[in-house]
Design a protein around this ligand. Sequence first.
Ligand code: ZN
Ligand code: ZN
Length: 236
Amino acid sequence: MTRLLEGLIEVMFPRACVACDAVLLQGKFFCEDCEPLLLTVGPVHCLRCAEPGRFVNGLCPRCAKKRPAFERAFAPFEHDGAIARAIHRFKYEDRPELAGPLGELLWLQSPDFLEHAPKHVCPIPLHDGRYRARRYDQATLLANELSLRSGRLVLADDLLVRRRATKRQVGLSDAQRIANVRGAFEARGGVTSVLLVDDVLTTGATAAEAARALHAAGVKVVEVLTLCRAKRLFMP
Ligand SMILES: [Zn+2]
Ligand SMILES: [Zn+2]
């Protein structure tokens, strides 16, 4: 696209803040009120789960004690402030078009992780009932944007399916979350490594169960990339 055409599109359809819809005069994603409310996960974090901080051998106490079912996870933001607001709008307020800027943001904020990440991108699937209610699947939209932007990643969204419906994880204890998703996924093999994509990593229970199913199908390496992560992550 030529610069002129890009400029015209900018004038006709100015970008809006993904968290509050304010028209953006500068920057690409957040307005000047929302931008300061972003909490980024810095470069110093656990090598496996991206828990912020400097740890012995690079592993946080939880990952050092018990290895998560996936090989590596990363999220550029903590689940708080403006990004939490943006994700809520994307997921629950019928704003599927936010997948564009949020997918671009995920790609721009994760260069180090993506450099060595698996090439096949697979969204963590919603079960059918929830898909019907919402009419779109936020993880697939994000995974699609990420593969388009990166030019290197391939969308392989048929690698993993929900075998049964699960309750929403919100409000469940850590142990209940693990039990709730146990056996929820069925995976297909045929690739050696998979990058799982979702909007939020909360306890890691769903991602770990998806990783188990992929490993059982013969996938050797499973990594996880989400836009944000809960501040204190529990790894089953
Ligand atoms: Zn804003
Ligand atoms: Zn960790």
